[in-house]
Design a protein around this ligand. Sequence first.
Ligand code: ADP
Length: 535
Amino acid sequence: MAAFPALRAGPWPRRLLAAAGALALYAAAEWAALGHSLDGSLLEPWNAGFAVSFGLVARYGFAWLPVAAAAPLLAGWGGAEADALVVRVAAEAAACAAAAAILRRRRRERPDIGLPRTVLRLFAAALAAAAMVAVMRGAAIAAPPWQVAATGAHLLLAHLVAVLLVAPLFLVSGTPRQWLRDLGRPSVETLLQVAALSIIAWEVFGRFVNEEVHFFYLLFLPLAWIATRHGQAGTALALAAVQLAPVVTDRLSGHADHAIVELQIRLAVLAVTSLLLGAMASERRQADARMLERQTELAHFQRLNVGWEMASALAHELNQPLTAAMNYTQAAQRLIAAPGPDLERAGRAMSKSVDQIERVGDIIHGLRDFMRKGELRLARNRVREVVDDALRLVSAEANASGIALNAAGLSALPPVMADKTQIVQVLVNLIRNAVQALAGAGTPAGTVAVSGRAGDGWVELAVADNGPGLPPEVLAKLFEPFVTTRAAGMGLGLSISKSILEAHDGRLWAETLPQGGAVFRFTLPVAAAGEMADA
Ligand code: ADP
């Protein structure tokens, strides 16, 4: 069916192919339509040909009207009387145009019966179209009025039922490929639905139709099941299959004329109920999908927000390694420029400078991944190594202020699952905060100690200092962005550290120690044995 829109646009060969496909479909439906004599007139109660024209014109627009007119002409050529054929052609084309006008309120509108209000418009269009065919063809019959009325009523019912059962196939939004995707992989449930529909359809149309219409209402069960689980695409397919059932069984065993009208009325009720149910299910799914989209957008927005904080913090974070790199490089310059240059020491200073610059690269890469997708480069990491990296990065600043850094009891801790660059960044933030608090307060024998302990599935690390402790004015909102007591501070280090730890499923909190000083503690998940290779 994906080829059908080609009639309005696209290269001529494709247009002709699409039109030929539609004519073939009409002819097949016409062939399947069976002749039954009702109230003395020969009728085709299962004629889906008109429903095909209806669906195409309603879905793809008035460009299909010539095809809708040509189809009955070609199908009936040589069979019916010429007058009757002309009337039929005119009636079908006019009815299709009227239906399209009802369903397509704007020129380019593609009606989508995934919405309940469009389903109601489909019912109105189907009724109007069937009535037009019935009136125009009925009026052309030369017979007593009672027979004209009876034939007209049968024509109306036959066209209405065919449209309700077959046209939905053309009016479900999306291409067949999208339908298949929406329907999902064939599961046991889908197989059970198909089996239930087939068995019940056989019971209804195959075995009992010649006596009385039994068990018809059982058909509602699989249809309701399919509609609620697969939405309107599933319903349209199931209804088309239901339309096929009387054709097949009529070919096999022949239906009694008297049962047909009753069956048709019941089929109309079945189609109306199922289509409304299917539309409600589809609408609900669309609402769910929209909700999911919003949630994803919101999550992205939150990450951007964090990303923005991080970008601001970047200046804060990069300042330190870049200043250190500059200091090392200047020292190397002096050592080289001095009379009797000490190249060995200059080389050591340069390699420290390179370390700092490499760290700048790591910070930027890590942040880029985190901002783009909220991704962490998780790997199994030894706690000792992570802490050592952080201590190395802040040692120059601590030395300059005469503050001792120490770490104890870390080697015995189990490895953690973490993004190493990010956790080093957290530790650098916490240690530098402590160093700066100690330096600012001029604490004698200032010390920053990093320690750790293992819990059940997590490792808790602590960065403690013997400084002034946390200022009471920032305590309540310590982890909020832009909260700072330092003139040169941005107030971002702690909020960014908290975001990083939360992304790791960890926690960060602070306490003031009774003996004075502050301690920041955070948790990280323990890496399961064998989980990823060592970083
Ligand atoms: P910044 O370092 O830019 O001020 P942070 O978010 O890292 O931003 O820290 C916020 C505030 O928390 C600091 O300004 C300081 O007042 C307080 N703080 C953080 N760590 C300590 C500490 N170890 N001792 C005392 N105060 C601290």
